[in-house]
Design a protein around this ligand. Structure first.
Ligand SMILES: N[C@@H](CCC(=O)N[C@@H](CS)C(=O)NCC(=O)O)C(=O)O
Length: 467
């Protein structure tokens, strides 16, 4: 069989994230050089592998994947019994900490590493204000890690080393090579965890094949808001209850509690899935201006949604949705047919391309102007953000036109479900809705998935004003 091919540069942290897991699994692979400095990632040959034109991409036999976390999850699932099992399932803690890496650690650490390590290699000087901001962000993130690890968690998902730990290796390594290494050294549990995971033979082998500091030209992913309201007045009327009151009021019929509010798209993502699975739940409204210790104990970053299902406590919406889809695999439609390279890829496309682009556009048009002191949308900014959404939707159009009825192929999966709440926000934002309408396959896909009874039930439970 042809060896596994990892496309990228051995010096890119997102590529090294994958190399680390291939080595942990003892898999032979070759790195096919895609040099960002020569623009090789925008060459048609590479675009055929990854239409977003980013490294890494991976070819394993007939399967081609992109998005480093999708690749890693696919490797960990497909080669589950080879080397350590990196994805023991179902594990609420594992799902949560995979998403913490993706949506808290990475957005804080990557701009910092760019400023301190990469920019100087390109002849630039670090911007002190940017460094300070992201160092402060990362300090807060690592405080949550410190508390989590101090609570008897040797690794992020508990007693065993998993993919959640492995996905941190490349950026942790680079961070410890910068002047902000003290962010790790000053937190004893984070430091002990790092000392442990960075001593693994597979990681030492990975390090031996790359040389840091690096000389790579790439744009770091900017920080994103993680909660985007469908409507600007989230606490309208009598719906407002504190988490404490709501907890006290929770009815005993179900042990499932969704902490959020009905108009947050990240909360609606979970409601849509629970309805697909036919699962009852109580919506526990969270007052984000007055977060209670009870709520913060479940969601240490203070964000909604969070979810309780019996003894399982989770936060991060995509972790919650994945956990529900795994735990209740045989209830209603199976939304996670595994192993599926396409499914893993499109789950991550939603998370790292679709959501950020759409959230920024919807925020600029619908949310920011209605905030206290918010001015009307800036047409030039709106045009720029709309272009980004159009670029993302072009990739969706190409993918759906290539014989994929749904994102992962013939069947409706979690990859589709995870888009629905944000697509609803799009449908209520005319400038964004026209971008969907202009792409016949995207429009047909949205019409198909939004006609599902579970989605109609979800929307009916939201009290949304017309656009
Ligand atoms: N979410 C993607 C991010 C990949 C990414 O940002 N790759 C960078 C290099 S580290 C890149 O290809 N940048 C070139 C570009 O975006 O044009 C992943 O994890 O694979």
């Amino acid at each position: 069989m042809a060896p596994i091919k990892l496309y990228g540069m051995a010096l890119s942290a997102n590529v090294v994230r994958v190399a680390a897991v291939l080595n942990e699994k003892g898999l032979d692979f070759e790195i096919v050089d895609v040099d960002l400095r020569t623009g090789a990632h925008k060459h048609p040959d590479f675009i055929a592998l990854n239409p977003f034109g980013q490294i890494p991409a991976l070819q394993d036999g007939d399967e081609v994947l992109y998005e480093s976390r999708a690749i890693n999850r696919h490797i960990a699932t497909k080669y589950k019994s080879q080397g350590p099992d990196l994805v023991p399932t179902p594990s609420a803690k594992l799902e949560t900490w995979l998403e913490v890496e993706s949506h808290h650690f990475y957005p804080a650490v990557s701009p910092l590493v760019f400023q301190l390590l990469i920019k100087p290699m390109l002849g630039g000087a670090p911007d002190a204000a940017v460094v300070d901001k992201h160092a402060a962000d990362l300090a807060k993130v690592l405080d949550v890690y410190e508390a989590h690890l101090a609570k008897g968690n040797k690794y992020l998902a508990g007693d065993a080393y998993t993919l959640a730990d492995a996905n941190h290796l490349s950026y942790m390594f680079m961070l410890t090579k910068t002047s902000k290494a003290e962010l790790v050294a000053s937190r004893p549990h984070v430091k002990a965890w790092w000392d442990d995971i960075s001593a693994r033979p597979a990681w030492l082998k990975t390090v031996a094949s790359v040389s840091v500091p690096v000389s790579v030209s790439y744009a770091p992913t900017p920080l994103r808001r993680s909660v985007i309201d469908l409507e600007p007045e989230p606490y309208a009327g009598s719906r407002r209850r504190s988490a404490k009151e709501a907890m006290a009021e929770a009815t005993p019929e179900t042990s499932r509690k969704l902490y959020g509010y009905a108009l947050s798209s990240n909360s609606v993502r979970i409601a849509a899935l629970l309805n697909e699975k036919g699962l009852d739940y109580d919506l526990v409204a969270v007052d984000l201006d007055n977060k209670t210790p009870e709520f913060l104990a479940i969601s240490p970053f203070g964000q909604i949604p969070a979810f309780q299902d019996g003894d399982d406590l989770l936060f991060e919406s995509r972790a919650i949705s994945r956990h529900i889809a795994t735990k209740y695999k045989h209830l209603g439609p199976d939304l996670l047919p595994t192993p599926s390279a396409k499914l893993e890829t499109w789950l991550e496309v939603e998370s790292h391309h679709f959501y950020p682009a759409v959230a920024d556009l919807v925020y600029e048009i619908r949310v920011r102007p209605r905030l206290p002191g918010g001015a009307s949308p800036d047409p030039a900014v709106v045009d720029g953000l709309a272009r980004k959404v159009a670029d993302v939707l072009d990739v969706y159009e190409g993918h759906l036109a290539a014989g994929n009825r749904y994102l992962a192929g013939d069947v409706f999966t979690l990859a589709d479900v995870n888009h629905m709440a944000q697509l609803l926000a799009v449908s209520k934002t005319p400038r964004a809705a026209e971008l969907v309408a202009a792409r016949p396959h995207v429009q047909a896909w949205w019409e198909d998935i939004s006609a599902r009874p579970a989605w109609k039930k979800t929307v009916a439970a939201l009290s949304l004003s017309p656009p």
